[in-house]
Design a protein around this ligand. Structure first.
Ligand code: PMM
Length: 313
């Protein structure tokens, strides 16, 4: 598929079978408020832990983004630099070369796009290409000029907790009380942003599962979603295919491979939704949407719209 296939946009021009109608929201304000949202992951990288190298070519990345859009993703999160421990640094200009054409094409097709970047220059280029959300995993080590950009553009900003960088974060997974320390550190970074003029409503917080966290830290933070919500922001949760799920599903001491972690991801995403998460960030959009429907029915049976469905097994 070439970029030339994109004009016209929408399911009719897709090379893929249409699974669900494209969502009608055109911007973040129009996104549904009565259910947990699904953010589909699109890593245009060489070395992400689960899909590195699969979508490095622009056309492959666009095709995968469209597949997730037509599968029902509310937001497509496009990143061009791997954030896994030990990953190589990518120059912002190279990062932009990877993701800007992909973002432009997905926006043209009607997607609401977030940009997964730690670089202010890349965030700016992505917004100029039509992205509507900045997803910054740099946490405590964010670039100094990021708050000014977020204040200027008035876009939602995902403030994720992370200590250190790709090279150092594993060694920084030391906490006496992980929930209290993550909450405190998020508050500190938040004040840098609000002091720069960012409105509190722009900020979405994320505990940063796997970023300077071991499995026990991740489970503690998942259990603390209600406490994270007391910070007064929307909460985003990213468990998808992460190492702690591989460890949970290990057999004979061998972690389950990333591609076999989607059912566990759907379960954690449903539980996060039931605990009040605003959005879950996942690779498997279709499975997650089904799991979130179960969570919604569980927490609010009246929301199912199945009142008139026949009884029976
Ligand atoms: N995890 C990854 C990348 N970006 N962004 C947010 N907000 N939260 C996360 O948990 C998160 C993220 C790493 O996962 P990937 O390599 O599969 O994208």
């Amino acid at each position: 598929m070439s970029l030339g296939a994109i004009p016209g946009t929408g399911p009719a021009t897709s090379p893929l079978p249409v699974i669900r109608p494209v969502k009608s929201a055109k911007n973040v304000a129009q996104l549904p408020k009565d259910r947990t949202l699904v953010m589909g992951i699109l890593n245009v990288t060489q070395d992400s832990f689960s899909d590195g190298g699969k979508y490095l070519k622009t056309d492959d990345a666009i095709q995968h983004g469209l597949r997730m859009l037509y599968a029902g993703a509310d937001i497509i999160d496009v990143g061009g630099e791997s954030t896994r421990p030990g990953a190589d640094y990518v120059e912002p200009s190279a990062e932009q070369g990877r993701i800007v054409p992909v973002i432009a094409a997905l926006v043209k097709a009607g997607a609401i796009v977030s940009v997964d970047t730690m670089h202010t220059a890349t965030a700016r280029a992505a917004l100029d290409a039509g992205a509507q959300i900045i997803n910054d995993v740099s946490g405590l080590t964010h670039e100094a000029d990021m708050p000014a950009l977020v204040a200027e553009r008035k876009v939602p900003y995902v403030l994720m907790h992370r200590r250190g960088d790709q090279q150092t974060m594993v060694a920084e997974a030391n906490y006496d009380d992980v929930v209290a320390e993550v909450v405190d550190e998020l508050k500190t970074v938040r004040s840098t942003f609000t002091d720069a003029g960012v409105a509190p409503e722009q900020i979405v917080i994320d505990p940063g599962l796997g970023f300077a966290k071991d499995p026990a830290h991740n489970w503690a933070l998942l259990q603390a979603i209600p406490e994270l919500k007391t910070l007064g922001h929307k909460v985003l949760i990213g468990t998808s295919r992460k190492r702690f799920l591989g460890a949970l599903l290990a057999e004979a001491g061998k972690p389950a491979p990333p591609a076999e972690r989607d059912v566990a991801t759907a379960a954690t995403s449903a539980l996060a939704a039931a605990a009040g998460a605003w959005c879950v960030r996942v690779h498997d959009v279709e499975g997650t949407l089904d799991a979130l429907k179960v969570a919604a029915a569980w927490t609010n049976p009246a929301s199912t719209g199945t009142k008139s469905a026949p009884a029976g097994t």
